[in-house]
Design a protein around this ligand. Sequence first.
Ligand SMILES: [Mg+2]
Length: 235
Amino acid sequence: MTMRLLADPAAHRPNGRPLLVVDVDEVVLGFIAPLSAFLERHGFQLMPRSFAITGNVTRAGGGQAIGGELVRELIAAFFAREVENQPPVEGAIATLARLAAATDPVLLTNVPAAQAARRAAHLAELGVGAPMIANDGPKGPALARLAQAARAVGGDELPVIFVDDGPNHLASARGAVAGVRLVHFVADPVWFAMAPTVGGTWLKTRDWDAVEAAIRRLLDGDEPGAGVVETARAP
Ligand SMILES: [Mg+2]
């Protein structure tokens, strides 16, 4: 399987079906668990004290959190060394493959640009066929461009679904696309439990079966009422 790495949102050719934009880290590929293991191999520790990386990394053995600049360097080193070693999230790849027949899936990831091609190759090797865009910063602007192009083909009412673990990206998406269905997906059970509630969330889950079920109901015109549906696979 090959995967198209798109230079930017304008390079996507919408197929007229509902737009399904999906994050990668902690949604399609594990991030928290391999990052924690990487940090431990290098004498650091990720403490699950709140839903953030910065402020929760200490030297091995605990103590004070290390500074944000060092955290950014460690995360950059993680992507540089480990981008091919991030395991798929349970159910993600099979679900995306099934939903590709009914939607227009696009992966929108904030992987560093230098590792984008390696990530795309890794995802292709795992069986992901959807195109991928490497984004930088809040995702609302890229999502808005994708949605505008999709609705120009599929109509103003075309559903747009956005799946991400990051509250800031979900909030950015909410402000950028009218009627966007926000799926707050956090694969790791401990981090799922700490994830704050994001206003306007359509579904909050760590279970790809629940994502697929909600999207199929939406496509069948049998959308459940507004509200947050909390579902979690047993850890
Ligand atoms: Mg993510």
